[in-house]
Design a protein around this ligand. Structure first.
Ligand code: SAM
Ligand code: SF4
Length: 366
């Protein structure tokens, strides 16, 4: 398996970091921003979920996420250490962040992945223990899953866009479906439930395979979730035409199953439908055609220590000067609060002036 610290090193990706010396961070907190209490934005959305990207490197090169070549990798020394991640997470948990989702790039490429899970799983919110979840391509999962579960991993989402070997090779530019399936089998045999599989639906690539993917998930006691492709590929190749919409996904699935909406979605990105006769559900994450920003409770930390209040944000809040300088826990908390407070009401993908973020999904953390 590729290891995170064995890859090619390059310069950090272009972003718009905002450090301590930046007037926008030095700017006094808005008078109406609460200095204590729940992590809330201007629109009343309370934040409880932190997506922690552990690396921008990956064992695959999915076309919708990364280019085959020419990636500008984050510099190794810019990647947050185990202690730095734990410190940020501890401060966030103390303010009510109750779910930490480890992602990337591919989180399993971190050599210290078990220790990361172990340290974060020991954190407490004022209301009780935190939940540790992971989104992974499952390569190498079979080898490390027992240790991850012992360390406190609570939930797993596995990405699998096709169960056809050739398609998989074309789509991910790596012939590794067998490794993914081994990881999936280990997950199915584990006690981690609910188990969720994610697939990005793509026209002419896997849109004829949606029913088969659902069946594959059912066979592995998992929920299949289809994601509308978003303009977040590092190669900037997204087009609205090649995106398969929520409506099309539901139409395909309803040729095979009667679908009954499951109420009570809360802040979850996926809408769910019961598949009649199976006792199971399918999910659709329709970020483009049916955005769910109004209920968003998520915040992101990139592998190089930038806080982002939205996947599509063009502004980042740099924790590194505080973490590696003389920043106190209170300084870090205020930066966290300021990032959340400045969150916009929605992602604006559908606005004519929408600008895709510089970072690709692998460097933001999906
Ligand atoms: N490598 C891990 C994986 O693939 O599960 C974690 C990182 S990956 C960036 C997280 C999720 O983002 C995956 O489910 C992937 O399918 C999804 N993703 C990546 N690029 C996307 C895009 N352009 N549109 C929609 N989803 C995307
Ligand atoms: Fe890697 Fe996940 Fe991106 Fe695919 S979607 S290239 S597995 S980070």
């Amino acid at each position: 398996m590729d290891e995170v610290d064995s890859g090619r090193e390059g310069s950090a990706v272009t972003a718009v970091p905002i450090g301590l010396s930046d007037p926008r961070v030095r700017e006094p907190a808005p008078a109406d921003m609460p200095a204590h209490g729940p992590l809330v934005d201007r629109f009343g959305r309370v934040h409880r979920d932190l997506r922690v990207s552990l690396t921008d490197r990956c064992s695959l090169r999915c076309t919708y996420c990364m280019p085959e070549q020419g990636n500008e990798w984050l510099a190794k020394q810019s990647i947050l250490t185990l202690d730095e991640i734990e410190r940020v997470a501890r401060i966030a948990a103390a303010q009510g962040i109750s779910t930490f989702r480890l992602t990337g790039g591919e989180p399993l490429l971190r050599r210290d992945i078990v220790q990361i899970v172990e340290r974060l799983a020991a954190l407490e919110t004022p209301d009780g223990p935190v939940q540790i979840a992971m989104t992974t391509n499952a390569i190498g999962l079979d080898k490390v899953l027992p240790a991850l579960v012992d360390a406190g991993l609570g939930r797993l989402n596995i990405s699998i866009d096709t169960v056809d070997r050739e398609r998989f090779r074309d789509l991910t530019r790596r012939d590794r479906l067998h490794d993914v399936v081994a990881g999936i089998q280990a997950a199915a045999a584990s006690r981690l439930r609910p188990l969720k599989f994610n697939a990005v639906a793509m026209r002419g690539v896997n849109d004829d395979e949606l029913v088969e993917l659902v069946q594959f998930a059912l066979d592995n006691d998992a929920q299949m979730r289809f994601i509308e492709q978003m303009p977040l590929d590092a190669g900037h190749t997204w087009s609205r035409e090649s995106m398969v919409t929520r409506e099309e996904i539901l139409e395909r699935l309803s040729e095979r199953w009667d679908l009954e909406p499951v109420p009570g979605r809360g802040g979850a990105p996926a809408e769910s439908w019961r598949l009649a006769g199976t006792g199971s559900t399918v999910g659709v994450i329709a970020s483009v055609t049916a955005p769910f920003c109004g209920a968003c409770d998520r915040l992101r930390l990139t592998a190089d220590g930038q806080l982002r209040n939205c996947l599509f944000s063009n502004r980042e809040f740099d924790l590194v000067p505080l973490l590696r300088g003389s920043g106190t826990d209170d300084d870090l908390e205020q930066l966290l609060r300021g990032c959340i407070w400045r969150k916009l009401p929605g992602h604006a993908i559908n606005d004519p002036g929408f600008l895709q973020p510089d970072r690709g999904m692998n460097a933001i953390g999906g």
